[in-house]
Design a protein around this ligand. Sequence first.
Ligand SMILES: Cc1cc2nc3c(=O)[nH]c(=O)nc-3n(C[C@H](O)[C@H](O)[C@H](O)COP(=O)(O)OP(=O)(O)OC[C@H]3O[C@@H](n4cnc5c(N)ncnc54)[C@H](O)[C@@H]3O)c2cc1C
Length: 404
Amino acid sequence: MRELLGRRLSAVPYDPLTEEQREIRELVRSLASERVAPRAAEIDKTGEFPWDMVELFREHELFGLPYDEEYGGTGSGALMVLVAIEELSKVCATTGLILAVQELGSLGIKLAGTAEQKQRLLPRLASGEWLAAYALTEPGSGSDSAAMRTEARLDGEEYVLNGGKRFITNAGVAHLYTVFAKTDPEAGHSGISAFAVEADSPGFEVGRIEPKMGIKGSTTGEIFFNDLRIPAESLLGEVGEGFKIAMRILDRSRPGIGAQGLGLAQGATDYALEYAKSRETMGKPIAQHQLISATLADMETKCEAARGLLYKVGMMIDEGAPDDELTKISAMAKLYCTDVAMEVTTDAVQVLGGYGYMQEYPVERMMRDAKITQIYEGTNQIQRLVIAREMLKENRAFLLAGVG
Ligand SMILES: Cc1cc2nc3c(=O)[nH]c(=O)nc-3n(C[C@H](O)[C@H](O)[C@H](O)COP(=O)(O)OP(=O)(O)OC[C@H]3O[C@@H](n4cnc5c(N)ncnc54)[C@H](O)[C@@H]3O)c2cc1C
């Protein structure tokens, strides 16, 4: 019995994964602990993009997870991608993000691409030959993405793009960018179109790569379009559909950031638990002081609640839930998992006391890494706005009918 208990890792008493998905989780878990964890502190310290992690994903076909078999992927579904990001982020959030952004940067093609675009582009992303990026944010438009100024003008058989994007993950390392630009600057949301832009297109330039608080190995940078010319067939979906495509992508990609947050929270909980069992004060392990054990219990409970919400949205995506049902739950999963990430990693630092504040211990990095999950792919204020907006569309008056 003792042995059995000893074998329980971070316990997930029940999960909805199939046998095949559990096997993939085991593979990712062992890669995470054997190959990714030993690199995490160094990636954070050097701030260099971890190409060796990309190579690891390529070798073990992890890039294939978000893609159907017909495009060279494993066809294992959205839930599996979330589980993989969670496992990787338990030990290194920068490495987990590589998978999340590969999906983010290719969802536009999956959702709105033509058969030709899918055939040409997706296999290169599924093999990891190309990395992808999603370019929506500009200096003057983050939360208010419709205020973007980048323009795309049709010139014969080509679109000509002018403008630039800021804070783009994978800037400089991605080959394929999903870019949003105004094809009709007067038309607000409906004047935006989406394009698949290759980094070797004439007029494409990478600007400053930002130094930042966490996820230091991930590049975040500016890209510029100076009379950038791309074939007209680079348009994704119809002219003017870009904003809708951007939001449909986010409904499916935000859970990936939730998974990154959950991985950070669970990784920090696991570390704090083991530390609390061995660190002694006042004659006993700190885990036996009630205030510490209560903190650990709260951390674990929050992780498990976050996992429930996250896996639910993963299953909904896999079952083809309609857009209007995904928007709210996806925002809820992103909001909750990432708020939990910030709370739990902060608690983990507290459990370790002064040692938690030192770079020698990974919870210091986890707390810094957790902060971004509350900001990108829509800040958590924006998630609350989205959830409330969806709630306001609902009519629950009947529930109260007859209540005195
Ligand atoms: C490391 C990093 C990586 C990123 N990667 C990408 C990427 O790959 N692709 C991409 O397109 N973008 C990316 N971003 C951009 C990111 O999505 C934006 O920074 C984010 O959406 C917020 O936009 P902003 O920074 O302009 O803040 P602002 O929109 O200026 O917001 C400032 C503050 O005001 C709040 N706020 C704004 N409007 C409202 C409102 N209506 N009600 C209540 N509060 C509000 C916000 O929540 C925030 O707290 C990245 C950012 C970072 C830092």
